[in-house]
Design a protein around this ligand. Structure first.
Ligand code: BMA
Length: 377
């Protein structure tokens, strides 16, 4: 497949030496007395060095807490079952933290999530979070777009503003609660208000203006900053885009974002491959330009093919495209327990036709799981 990546841009991204909102300019020659990197700055530097080595960290959502045939066990993971190692990146969602619930929207107890986040950090891996909050006007979920536009209402209506600020405090409290065995806060990635170039979530394109979207982001960010959250890299993750302008239209600003990402899914089987690869190439190309221009690491923040219906999807469809870009990590979505959501899985399980291909993908010299990440980066 023909690739359209200018080498200068790749070098620009891979050598991107500033930390955006994490606040350290690594492009300048370090002064002898330069302060050591803070934990989040070190995490950003780690992503940069992975991309500079043209390696890609593999991530999986909710990986160690359930799989297609199990739920809640410890020491288990569908990726581990196939490859003998955990993903380098664990992805999580904090939906329902806003209500003070103890279990997230997919049935993961927040206490267990905290333990697994610490375990992942202890094995040298990385954690990333999304947030599917409820619609505060209806009490419905993130996909409930039936109400009047929510972002404008949050900014205009004082009762709703207060409720939203309460939600933001709970998010901040959650990030502050992520600590290692020595009590130090664990540096993580957070990508709120994702896929906003689509309109399926209440913060999506048709439900707010660019200004309202940015206000949502900066209000959440301000709440976290004022609560003392200092362990988060903020990732921007529009859904697939056709143009640089669309990608940047709602960008909150360099002071609010640390990672440039995009979410692109494969729909259908064999017949959907060409479309997926075109979309992925285009969106990654655009995100790469933004990453180079704004000197941030690049990531494929969500992808996957539900049910992995193409048996060599990982090595034939995904790998050739992502490995042509200086992407620091790639996250695929969750392996829902089959009794709860049949067919909703993105990593094959033992016995699935795509099993051997997934092993080959994980063994590829580009792909990094937890041990490779801990050993080399
Ligand atoms: C979606 C699906 C849902 C899930 C949601 C949040 O893509 O996996 O079943 O509730 O993500 O994790």
């Amino acid at each position: 497949m023909k690739r359209r990546i200018a080498p200068a841009i790749i070098v620009g991204v891979a050598a991107a030496l500033s930390l955006g909102s994490a606040g350290c300019r690594r492009a300048e020659a370090p002064a002898p007395e330069a302060a050591p990197l803070t934990p989040v700055q070190a995490l950003a530097a780690r992503l940069d060095s992975v991309a500079a080595a043209r390696r890609i960290i593999f991530g999986h959502h909710d990986d160690p807490v359930y799989g297609t045939s199990w739920q809640g066990d410890r020491g288990r993971s569908d990726v581990l079952a196939l490859t003998g190692d955990y993903p380098g990146m664990m992805s999580w969602d904090i939906g329902l933290i806003e209500e003070g619930d103890t279990v997230n929207l997919d049935g993961v107890p927040f206490g267990r999530m905290r333990e697994e986040v610490a375990a992942q950090a202890a094995r040298g891996g990385i954690n990333t979070f999304s947030w599917h909050p409820r619609n505060p006007l209806t009490g419905g979920d993130s996909w409930d777009v039936s109400s009047r536009p929510v972002p404008a209402a949050i900014m205009a209506d004082s009762a709703l503003s207060a409720q939203f600020d309460g939600w933001c405090s709970r998010v901040a409290g959650f990030f502050l609660s992520l600590t290692d065995s020595a009590g130090a806060r664990i540096p993580v990635i957070f990508r709120p208000w994702h896929e906003h170039t689509g309109s399926w979530f209440w913060w999506g394109r048709e439900h707010c203006s660019p200004e309202e979207y940015r206000a949502l982001w900066t209000r959440l960010r301000a709440a976290c900053d004022s609560a003392g959250v200092d362990n988060v890299l903020w990732a921007y993750s529009p859904d697939r885009v056709d143009s640089y302008d669309t990608y940047m239209e709602r960008y909150p600003g360099d002071g609010y974002v640390d990672i440039m990402g995009t979410d692109v899914y494969h729909f259908g089987g064999e017949e959907g491959i060409a479309q997926y690869q075109r979309d992925l190439e285009r969106s990654l190309g655009i995100a790469m330009q933004a990453a180079a221009a704004h000197r941030k690491p690049l990531a494929l923040t969500e992808t996957g093919s539900e049910g992995v219906v193409v048996a060599d999807w990982y090595t034939r469809v995904l790998l050739p495209v992502v490995s042509a870009f200086p992407v620091s990590y790639v996250v695929v979505w969750r392996n829902a327990p089959a009794d709860l959501k049949p067919g909703h899985f993105y990593v094959p399980y033992p016995g699935h036709p795509a099993e051997a291909d997934f092993r080959a993908f994980a063994a590829d010299t580009t792909i990094i799981l937890a041990r490779g990440l801990a050993d080399k980066f």
